[in-house]
Design a protein around this ligand. Structure first.
Ligand code: HEC
Length: 146
């Protein structure tokens, strides 16, 4: 009985063994895929917000977009105020800085260019901005590149 069953048993165990190895292999593959997937997921999760958080645009562009676009375009097209492309070619940095900080004070001081512009724009009053020097610098650099 035992003798006659032995080859069969070996055969069976061979199959079992094969299945076990194959099963183990499949399990490892599954784990590896899962790991790779979850790795990709976490990669996505860590890189995506990082990408959106890293400011690709300069401080100057950010300031311009959030403070100036209501009245100014970054082209030559005029809106409530003049289009600011090429403004650094017609005005000095000092003038632009003074105008941004307090255009009304510059106009009141009798600055010819400021007065003429103010009249040209039907005496529309531009908002005053209390930017620091670094912010003015980056805004100017942004305007210069338009
Ligand atoms: C509420 C509208 C308004 C906002 C906001 C505004 N401006 Fe003005 N800006 C004007 C107007 C109007 C003029 C034309 C002069 C005047 O009427 O005082 C002007 C003129 C200027 C000039 C002179 C342009 C030239 O041709 O010489 C510069 C430079 C300027 N603005 C920069 C800025 C910047 C930079 C910002 C944002 C930080 C800004 N402005 C925000 C309305 C605005």
């Amino acid at each position: 009985m035992i003798k006659s069953n032995l080859p069969q048993f070996l055969f069976m165990s061979n199959i079992l063994n094969f299945d076990w190895v194959a099963g183990k292999f499949l399990l490892i593959m599954l784990c590896a895929t899962c790991l790779a997937c979850s790795q990709k997921e976490t990669d996505k999760q860590t890189t995506l917000p990082a990408q959106t958080n890293t400011p690709k645009i300069s401080l100057g562009e950010q300031l311009f977009t959030s403070n100036c676009t209501a009245c100014h375009s970054n082209t030559t097209e005029n809106g409530v105020g003049p289009g600011l492309k090429n403004v650094t070619k017609r005005r000095s940095k000092q003038w632009i800085s003074a105008f941004i900080k307090n255009s009304q004070a510059l106009i009141a001081s009798g600055d010819k260019e400021a007065v003429a512009l103010f009249n040209q724009y039907n005496k529309s009053v531009m908002t005053s901005f209390s930017f620091n020097e670094a912010e003015i610098d980056s805004l100017y650099t942004y305007l210069e590149k338009l």
